[in-house]
Design a protein around this ligand. Structure first.
Ligand SMILES: NC(=O)c1ccc[n+]([C@@H]2O[C@H](COP(=O)([O-])OP(=O)(O)OC[C@H]3O[C@@H](n4cnc5c(N)ncnc54)[C@H](O)[C@@H]3O)[C@@H](O)[C@H]2O)c1
Length: 419
């Protein structure tokens, strides 16, 4: 079963899935093992992820382990329709996602995944899990665990737990070191630049780029924008992150002060209305504004729609707002620019993020099959999984590192040895 754009796109999708696979060595190793061990047999996995080539390779890995998998999109604009087609046609995986779907269809697709009564959820932003808990609470009893892919989803899940609403154990895959150190920083850094360039053809060198948020994603993007010759300004609300940005060589100021200076504004905060009407009022004519945080709430488009005199699409992914006597350009309707206008993170990075999901699912299933009950909370990825993925990644790169000698291990764990 499926609801996708066009099965005829499968050939191109398959070629691109295979290309990604070449750059996902850790997931390949896990897939080979899963295929032999079949630990995931009789397990239904409901996934809500960006439907990209990398996600396709995660779905194939879970399927190789014996799981039954159903997939929908975690963002209405991020689906790669050719990948969805290939997953259905070539891999017999049920997919419900169409690039550009409206909000109603987006949630109907989430419903289709939940109708399948998953035993495991994989989410990116917590829309699947929150819909499951609010609309189908009775189905939670069949769920043994879930993994969450992104910072915003983890924040929402912690709130669910605090409110006493969470009904099954969640592992915060985002918080694994082998996830956010690399995916959020290098993945978002590169792909956000890619999305902006594909959408606009702007030259970064010499332009003033205002980056809201100096967390993992913000750092990654700021580093790449600086590397391309932009004058980067950081805005933050956290004192420590702000100092870090200053010592990394960036100008740091309030958004209201950065507003008149920027040629390009990029939000990567996970917060709401980070760019609001007072900022838009102060911006230069021709300023470009976009978001790479999870939800389309970082730019206050609702208010902009009220104030703007005219609005028109001037090229794919670029909308011109005539507002306060000038033109402001909004990219990809304020949705994740790296996934809307480009292909999201490179597979070499997603290799580690998705290896975490695969091994976390195996962990849940093994515990379940052994009759062990995990506490209902939001917990970190077990350290041994994180370290194992780092080890496999280095091995796949043919990089060897030193090992502590017995003497060094003893020294590092002792308090008696001083000068
Ligand atoms: N585009 C992608 O592919 C992608 C990838 C990973 C994560 N994300 C999303 O990006 C967002 C950021 O993720 P992260 O891992 O960098 O989180 P993070 O918590 O490491 O960083 C967020 C930063 O934003 C700052 N911030 C919050 N409100 C702010 C405001 N009003 N003004 C300025 N700064 C503010 C915080 O202090 C923090 O330093 C989340 O929504 C996450 O889900 C997107």
């Amino acid at each position: 079963m499926h609801d996708i754009k066009d099965l005829g796109l499968a050939k191109e999708g398959l070629e691109r899935i295979k290309w990604s696979e070449k750059n996902m060595p850790v997931l390949r190793m896990i897939r080979a093992r899963f295929k032999d061990e079949k630990t995931l047999e009789n397990i239904r996995i409901g996934a809500c992820l960006h439907v990209t080539t990398e996600t396709a390779n995660l779905m194939r890995t879970l399927q190789a382990g014996g799981a039954d998998v159903r997939l929908c999109a975690s963002n209405p604009l991020s689906t790669q329709d050719d990948v969805a087609a290939s997953l259905v046609k070539d891999f017999d995986i049920d997919v419900y996602s169409i690039n550009g779907e409206d909000n109603k269809t987006y949630y109907a697709h989430i419903d289709s995944v939940l109708e399948f009564n998953p035993n495991i959820t994989i989410d990116d932003g917590c829309d699947l899990v929150s819909t499951l808990h609010s609309k189908y609470p009775e189905k939670c009893k069949d769920v043994i665990g879930g993994g969450e892919e992104t910072t915003t989803g983890v924040i929402r899940l912690h709130s669910m737990f605090k409110d006493g609403a969470l009904k099954y154990p969640i592992i915060a895959v985002n918080d694994a070191k082998t996830k956010h150190f690399f995916d959020n920083r290098y993945g978002t850094g590169q792909s956000t630049v890619d999305g902006i360039i594909r959408a606009t053809d702007i030259l970064f060198a010499g332009s003033t780029v205002v980056v809201a948020g100096y967390g993992w994603c913000g750092r990654g993007f700021a580093m790449r924008a600086k590397g391309m010759g932009a004058n980067v300004i950081i805005t933050e609300v956290d004192h420590l992150k702000a100092i870090e940005a200053v010592l990394d060589g960036f100008r740091v100021m309030k958004m209201i002060d950065a507003a008149p200076l920027g040629d390009l504004f990029v939000t990567l905060t996970g917060d709401i209305n980070v760019i609001d009407i007072p900022h838009i009022e102060k911006m230069k004519n021709g300023a470009i504004v976009c978001n790479s945080g999870h939800f389309d709430v970082e730019i206050n488009l609702k208010e902009m729609n009220k104030f703007c005199e005219n609005k028109k699409k001037v090229r794919k992914f670029v909308k011109e707002y005539e507002i306060f006597g000038k033109s402001i350009y909004i990219l990809a309707e304020g949705r994740l620019i790296n996934l809307a206008a480009a292909n999201g993170h490179p597979p070499l990075v997603m290799d580690m993020s998705f290896a975490n999901h695969a091994l976390v699912i195996e962990y849940f299933v093994k515990k379940f099959k052994n009759g062990e009950k995990l506490p209902v909370n939001v917990s970190p990825v077990p350290e041994e999984i994180d370290n194992h993925i780092a080890k496999l990644k280095l091995e796949s790169m043919n990089i060897e590192i030193d090992k502590l000698t017995e003497e060094q291990e003893k020294y590092l764990s002792s308090w008696t040895l001083g000068t």
